[in-house]
Every structure is written in C-alpha cells, then in structure tokens.
Design a protein around this ligand. Sequence first.
Ligand code: CA
Length: 231
Amino acid sequence: MKPKILIVEDEPTIVDSIQYALETDGFDVSCLSSGIPVMQLLSGKNMDLIILDIGLPDINGLELCKEIRKLYTVPIIFLTARADEVDRVVGLEIGADDYVVKPFSPRELTARVKAVLRRVSNSKTSAPLAGAFQSKTFQIDESKRRISYFDMPLELSRYEYKILKTFIQRPGRVYTRDQLMDLVWDEPEASMDRTVDAHIKNIRAKLKSINSETDPIVTHRGTGYSLKEGL
Ligand code: CA
C-alpha cells in the first residue's frame, strides 16, 4: 500500500512541486492549503506523515503541531522560511521529526520524507500498539504493563514504565523533559522538571543491573533524552 502523505501548505507552487515529486516516488498525497481542517481530516483518515508549513494563513504551524501531538504520533516534517522558526523546531519543543528550510528542492524533501518513514517503520510504531510489542532488546507487554530487557523483566514504577515505553516506541526520537511530562504524567503541572531526570536515572540503573555493557538511553545536553536506534 502507498504511504499516505498530507501536505499542509498555502503556496500553490510549492504544493505542486512537492506533490508531483512525492507522487512520482509512489506516495499517496493529500493537500490542504490551510491548517484548521487538518484535525478533521486526521479524524477520518490515517496519515503516514504530514508536511506542515509553519506560515499558514489561519493558524501557526507550530501551534497546529501541538494540537496534532495531543492526539496523534504521526511524523511531522516542517517547512519553514525563517531562521528563528528553525530554532524553535530544532529545539523539538513541539515534537517535530524533521524540518526543511525554504527554498528547498523537492528531491531533498522526498529524501527527508523517506528517511523519517524508515525511522518510524524501524521502530514499528506506525502500527497500533496492541498486546506485546517486540524489539530485539526490549519487549513490552502492555496487558501486564511490563517491559523486559534482554529477556529479563524490569521492575519499573508506573512513571518509569511509561517513560521507557515512550522511548522504545520511537527509538532515536529526542524527547524534551516537557514532552515526557506531557506524555506520561497525569498532572504535568504538579511535577518538577527535575523529576524526569530522577526517573531517567532510576531507569538507567535498572537497565544497567541487567546489562552493564551498554547504556541505551542517550542524554542530549540542554534538550532531553532519546533511546538509541537499532536496538
Ligand atoms: Ca506559507
């Protein structure tokens, strides 16, 4: 089946060029010229990836991304025209998977789309997570809320389980402390930023007690954490 790509961009010449490039490469492409209809479209149709312009006529693309992220994990690549926007996207504060700065070649964008889709399919998150989730190193048993590491069950607290599960579902994806709080805490406002670090420290210690050779969690200074890819 063709991967489904949604382009949200108000400049027709850009839409035409990337739609053509993606369709030539075998993608099923849908287009919207404004942001507001995106949520409605997503509620009725699964998308494999969204290409999202930041400068939309009705809503800022960064704001729209936040809305999408509340409900969907669909990968998002931003189109941006300004360096100060790049800073915000690169900080990954809003959960972008990649970005492309205008002007760009359709070929470059297509390459980014393929790279992101490859990353996501490697982490097997494009399929709904039902029952046991398999990776080589980690096994998630959602019904028992249990994660095994090198076939050894980990004794995890509720939040440790949720954080580690989040990492395993998207290897390589960098999560900021804020994102982790939003994703796993029931009341994010009530917790302190440093709590995330404390939980990560505990998870690391538990992983290390099973295998001291490797530390699968990567710390990104000033940004957040990710799980190593290819585990
Ligand atoms: Ca625009």
